[in-house]
Design a protein around this ligand. Sequence first.
Ligand code: PRP
Length: 177
Amino acid sequence: MSPQPKLHLLFHRDEIDATVRKLAAQIKQDYHHKSPLLIGILKGSFMFMADLIRHLDFPLEVDFIRLSSYGSGRESSGRVKVVQGLRSSIKGRHILIIEDIVDTGTTAAFLIDYLQKKKPASLRLCALTDKPSRRQVPVTIDFLGFTVPDKFIVGYGIDWDEQFRYLPDICTLEGDL
Ligand code: PRP
C-alpha cells in the first residue's frame, strides 16, 4: 500500500465557522431584498453551501451545477465539463456563485461566462478560499473567506483524488503526493 500523505491543520473548524458567518453577513447586506439564486459548484462546495445558507435568513433559492476541471489526482486538466446542469432559469435573476476554491480560475471563469450568456440581472462570485499564486485565468472574487498558500488543501468539501472531503477542518497535504 502506498504511504498516505500527512495532513497539517490550516484552518480549524471554529475559524471556518467564523469566516462563513462573516461572509453570510456581507451577502445578507447586499442580497436580502433581491431573492437571489445561489449556485453551488459541485462537488467541492457542498459543505460550504450548507453552512452558509443556514446563516442567510431571507428569501433565496439554491441550485447546483456539477463541473469538472481536474483529472485524477491534483493537476487540473485545464478543460471544464458540465457534468450535471442547472434546472433553474437564470435570465433576469440575481445570481451568486458559491465556490470552495479558486485555483487556476478556469472553473469559475468558465461558469461566469456560461451564466453571463443567460442574461442574469447580476452575477457575482463567493469563494471560501483563493489560491492566487496558481491563477492562470483572471477572476474577480466578490466575497472571499481565506487566501491560501500554494499547497494542496483538503477538507470541508475539498478533495484530493476524492479523498478527505469529510474533514471538518481545512488542512494542507504534505509529503510525497
Ligand atoms: C475543484 C474545486 C473548484 C475547482 C478550482 O473542483 O472544487 O471547483 O477545482 O480549480 P480551478 O480554479 O483550477 O478551476 P474539481 O474540478 O476538482 O471537482 P470537485 O469540486 O468535484 O472536487
